[in-house]
Design a protein around this ligand. Sequence first.
Ligand code: ADP
Length: 577
Amino acid sequence: MNKNILFLSPNAKLTLEKRYLKRNVLGKIIESPEDMFRRVAKNIASVDLIYNKKADIVSMEEEFYHLMTSLQFLPNSPALMNAGRHLQQLLACFVLPVEDSIEGIFDTVKQAALIHKSGGGTGFSFSRIRPKNDIVSASCGMASGPVSFMKVFNEATEAINQGGFRRGANMAALNVNHPDIFDFIHAKNTEGVLTNFNISVGITNAFMEAVENDAPFPLINPRTKLVVKTIRAKVLFQEIVQSAWKNGEPGVLFIDAINAANPTPLLGSIEGTNPCGEQPLLPYEACVLGSVNVSQMTTYKNDHYEMNWHTLEKTIHLAVHFLDNVIDATKHPLPQIEVLTKGNRKIGLGIMGFADLLIKLNIPYNSEEAMRFTDKLLRFFSGKANEASERLASERGMFPNYEKSIYARQNGPKYRNATRTTIAPTGTISIIANCSSGIEPLFAIAYTRNVLVEGGLPEIHPFFENVAKKRGLYTDKLLAEVKREGSIQNIAYIPDDIKRIFTTARDISPEYHVKIQSICQKYIDNAVSKTINFPKESTAEDVEKVFLLAYRSGCKGITIYRDKSRMSQALSFECAC
Ligand code: ADP
């Protein structure tokens, strides 16, 4: 078999045609998917010449081309869209500072617009903005507060959406001790408001301790640093929980856990993350993501699949090399971003196709066996990503800010990249690779994916289709039933051994969702994108318990979704941005 033949699913082809492939001025597509991967491979391989004038970039291009066309690894969407093209902006994640002045705020609006134009997503902390009704000295008027400025960012994003590659995405974080925190929590309770934002409360350990002890908690004006009001921490916590129960927002960032893992605390503390929460960054820092499709990391032997650790190791090494090159290949949208991003050289290699892998290995997602396997997989994964970054450091040098990093101690690891691993949602690249997204369970066993394209094509999970056919269960009636339900758990004539393996996000208890997230987090440098699904009938107390579980088990944040809690619940799975 020619190793460079590209097999794409019909939905992958549609997705690429809609947004990724090059078009001429008349809007006609002028490259094939193969051309796209060739363009990206060539562009990223050529970076090797910066480090070695004699580098064999032709072989490197071939290796990168195969890495992507085998669907074993894909970089984040902007890299596929823009590499080797005029824009050449290849990074998905940015965090920008928002200062407490009109000039500063609108400078950031402009910077965010430039980033959105190129396909990147932006995160901000609005915590420095003075609260509503605080003094504005220039006019002797009254301040309008963070939430009103978020609306400005939202509208600017909306305008750019008209002409951009994809819908712009933002994350707004606000510290739990900001006086406007209650407005913030409820800012998205009405559907259709702040649609280009995900919102998250930055929760500190001090706050969580106050919740646990039912103690008072001060809200502080960031301008004056004075306590404006003291509230019961528990009441505020319950309000966050209640709102998340109601329609999934806000999410929560455990900001102290995030900063405990900040590799460069001397350069500043982390206040925000990218839009989907998996990439904490310093203000003016950006990061490239990429994901290994672990469902491809198996071999078929004696009638069953086994993990192929050797292929996984090779893939990780190549992918780390690829992502490190992206940092040099990218045209950074702002000079400040270029300085910090090249100084820290953060990359976020993660996995996708995890649920598919478990199915291949015959391991139920919600089982203790899955927990043990996840631990083994992620330990191996991050160990090899670290090794690859150390190897690059020996060839290319450590990241320039290394001496200011937590690694600069005697016998500390010599990394090329300040962070190596992140688990991304892989909302679109998992469609291109035709695998389950990130570390999420299957969304449904059969469904119609309306991603990017209205009226996307119907899909049935290929492994389920195989098993159902093999066991003589496959009929039009079954297909119709599965499509209607999404899940197979209530279909009486499906045997239990199949039901155990083919679970969907809604069939899995919130506790198992959190367990998987926290096991992954143990090994991942940045954060883990995960939605904790709840059944419709869950109560706010159920949600509260799971927030506490996430906090206690070392997660860096939590995002929940209760079934049917939003009117516009899409059957499609795309990044919630
Ligand atoms: P993809 O699969 O397209 O590479 P992911 O779903 O993994 O992207 O999301 C990774 C990150 O990419 C997000 O956290 C965000 O920073 C950025 N991103 C995702 N979707 C968008 C979007 N529509 N607009 C801008 N940035 C986005």
